[in-house]
Design a protein around this ligand. Sequence first.
Ligand code: ATP
Ligand code: MG
Length: 570
Amino acid sequence: MKPNDAATAMPDLTPTSSNAPQQQQAQAGLDFIRQIIADDLASGKHSQIVSRFPPEPNGYLHLGHVKSICLNFGVALENWGLCNLRLDDTNPSAEKQEYVDNIKNDIHWLGFDWNGEIRYASSYFDQLYAWAIQLIEQGDAYVDLQTPEQIKLNRGSFTEAGTNSPNRDQSVAENLKLFEKMRTGGFDEGAAVLRAKVDMTSPNVHLRDPILYRVLKAHHHQTGDKWCIYPMYDYAHPLSDAIEGITHSLCTLEFEDHRPFYEWIIAKVDTKAKPRQIEFSRLNVDYTLTSKRKLKKLVDENVVQGWDDPRMPTVAGMRRRGFTPEGLRDFCQRTGVSKADGVVDIGLLEFCIRQSLENTAPRAMAVLNPLKVTLTNLPESLTLHHSRHPNVDMGERDIPLSSTIYIDKNDFAEVPPKGFKRLIPDGEVRLRHAYVIKCNEVVKDQNGEIIELKCTIDPDTLGKNPEGRKVKGVIHWVDSAQGVPAEVRVYERLFANANPEFGDDFLQNLNPDSVKIFQAVVEPSLAQANTGDRFQFEREGYFVADEKDFTTDKPVFNRILDLRDSYKPS
Ligand code: ATP
Ligand code: MG
């Protein structure tokens, strides 16, 4: 297993003291899953571990999946093991090739690569079918002709045992005949199912003769019209793990109750490998939806502009937003792996993204609300040169300065609030990387709106402090002659409620102001950016050249995050 070439340096996934408190520590800093793996390697139970990431291609990957990806690929990387990518495509009606393509793309972008070719549960349909026949022949499965309603009713409840189906004890020959009829299209959807014969009185409802196959007359994106019966997840998943020789099948806690059946089916069927299912708690993050079904609703109802809308917690959305794979991996590492349920502060995610940008994003200047400033005594236009980053050598950029520039409207106040350190009438402020200026005149239009400031520069203040006085404020600016108009999209959280699932209709929790569009002016070097380049616009935040809409003629930037951290790591 090797990191993908296109991605940047691989994450250091070894737990560190900084994430230790959030992990369920077994020994020496390993989370409980890594401890099990270490023990299995030490005892010789396995000489190499094989994990897998098994998404269903019924939507785009989201932040929750990133957690599972970092865990599954991470444990393999750390232990010289393998991690497969298997599309769990047993439900053709919801699945699409578009989703398959994006899943592959997203995993590569996150910096991981899978073992060999991509795998599909659907490529095992022949084997799964053969094992179903074996189960029938062993007396471990039967075809049930009850209606779906009867099946549900006879399943009992958490407090009441289930009732055996009238078909439960029919002969092997009868079951083989009926299953063949299912396979050849002789039953309508819902008219027959294949069920495991386990125990209708089990306290675990998942052991009450779970359904293995159902009739579904649907075209499949991989197998076409070959099948009109499709295996259920609880049947296909353990056996797909076994076929691939998965040693540790890591999944989220809601599958804990399914584990007895996972073990039952693995024991009943003659598989070489005996994978072990281990559950960990889902990643939940406040203000963030991690349900493909709900995210799909946002897309289908045009609440957002597609799966890759920069406000979406999908990998595609977060990439377009400008989040970094390094930051996402760091976040997953810091949130740890445990069986404890909880909700993670989104501030931690934002902190990790900012950390990853601090020393990688070159600085630049952009004015989001331009206000014209005339420098009445600037003798001639000039070009300043300044480093792209204060601490990391990223070379220099040219910053033109002429007698007309733009500053941000918010950096001037005629009647300044207390503590205002920026420009005021007759006051002074430093233009970042350039002169100290003084505001001599405020020009207004007939509505009383300020349209221009007339200022003078202090010619002795380029790269040095003014003589005999202190000028506290520093503001950013852009030259009007060579500055470039740009669209800047400022994103806020998509949900206003920390629990986006609150109430009956999660759409009511949306933040009505999750995007604001600015017609900005940016320094000319920014027009030369490539799509996906990330910057820190001084005093404004981190921004990315939009991967879809940015062009040199019409630059479009998305705000990744502002500069203020609400989160303080312990
Ligand atoms: P969703 O409810 O959004 O559809 P899912 O679990 O049904 O999610 P799958 O495509 O089946 O989606 O998930 C692939 C893998 O990702 C599974 O192993 C699943 O457990 C894991 N996964 C999904 N959501 C999370 C999450 N929030 N935290 C950790 N792992 C997750
Ligand atoms: Mg699922």
